[in-house]
Design a protein around this ligand. Structure first.
Ligand code: AFP
Length: 319
């Protein structure tokens, strides 16, 4: 897009400027990402100001208080309704697909507050979003997403997005006046990992190969970085430019036979972002991006991050 002499390139571009000037996103997609970013600002504020985990309680005004994850879900719904380009959405907080406008363009899948069990401990938490063209995602794969983003609510609030197709993965910081400003563009993931982030570690008792993978990481003297929030743990990989994150199923008799994480809301958007940044994702046999969506609630094992370490771990797990 040509830049008018009267509109020089800003020193620190905003998310809106970046979407308009550096991506091929349609106007509708740009506006949708902007409206999702707007909901993230409200969630960020709610995390700072709302009592944690108080569903069913009343505040000092006698009003019912929502748990933060329910509140986040409501905030996103309000913004998607207002946006007008969303035919339906699927939230981790809701059992069913929510129809908004059958004639509209996009389906949005999201986990409104990932890591919500960590809120009272004041750990970092996040929101995850995937955007698909048209309705009905059953039978599609995460590769069909037209954009994905996540927001990390930590000491600082960060938004990371990509519109795919080689356009890169870009990081923005929420400033004091409520604007997302570019922090780093084109985040990359190197082939070798120095850090490891092993989720659903309870599975090592029923999945001996997972135990071996963990022992290999320890023997390699890799650094453990695990917080229990997928958004924070995968952001660590994108931020440091290397690392591996796993969440592996423990088999038929275990708590999470197929792993704890959900294909649609959690693994799909992160696979889109990490592979766009040069990393790799796998469910143990194929890229998460190629794994068919059979159910909105489907769970999947995930091995994601630095390419060589993901490939090596997949070999160990299947040996
Ligand atoms: P909550 O949203 O219930 O806190 O769960 C967080 C999460 O879904 C994901 O963010 C973590 O990676 C994963 O659970 C942690 O699972 P383990 O505790 O089994 O490692």
């Amino acid at each position: 897009m040509t830049q008018s002499a009267h509109c020089p390139v800003p020193d620190q571009p905003s998310l809106n400027w970046h979407l308009r000037n550096t991506t091929k996103a349609s106007d509708d997609l740009r506006h949708l990402i902007s409206d999702i970013a707007r909901s993230a600002k409200y969630i960020s504020y709610a995390i700072q100001t709302t009592d944690t985990g108080l569903s069913g309680n009343t505040n000092s005004f006698g009003e019912n208080q929502l748990k933060l994850d329910e509140l986040s879900d409501d905030i996103i719904r309000e913004n998607l309704c207002e946006n007008g380009t969303v035919c339906c959405y699927i939230s981790e907080e809701k059992d069913d697909v929510i129809e908004l406008d059958p004639s509209a363009t996009f389906t949005v899948v999201f986990d409104p507050l990932d890591g919500s069990s960590l809120v009272d401990a004041n750990f970092s938490i996040g929101s995850i979003f995937g955007i698909y063209q048209d309705g009905d995602i059953i039978g599609k794969t995460p590769r069909d997403q037209v954009a994905a983003l996540y927001v990390l609510y930590g000491p600082r609030t960060l938004l990371i997005y990509s519109c795919g197709n080689g356009s890169g993965v870009h990081e923005f910081i929420l400033n004091d006046v409520g604007e997302f400003k570019l922090l780093r563009s084109h985040l990359g993931v190197a082939d070798e990992a120095k850090n490891y982030s092993p989720g659903n570690l309870r599975a090592v008792t029923t999945h001996p190969q997972y135990n071996i993978a963990v022992e290999e990481w320890m023997a390699d003297e890799k650094t453990l970085r695990y917080s229990g929030c997928m958004v924070a743990d995968i952001h660590h990989i994108l931020s440091k430019g290397q690392g591996i994150f796993t969440n592996i199923g423990g088999g038929a008799d275990s708590t999470y036979p197929d792993g704890k994480l959900r294909h649609v809301f959690e693994c799909g958007p992160f696979a889109y972002l990490v592979e766009e940044a040069g990393g790799l994702s796998s469910d143990g046999t194929q890229s998460i991006l190629d794994k068919k969506i059979t159910d909105v609630d489907q769970r999947t094992a995930i091995i994601i991050g630095s390419k060589n370490e993901v490939e090596k771990t997949v070999r160990t797990l299947s040996a």
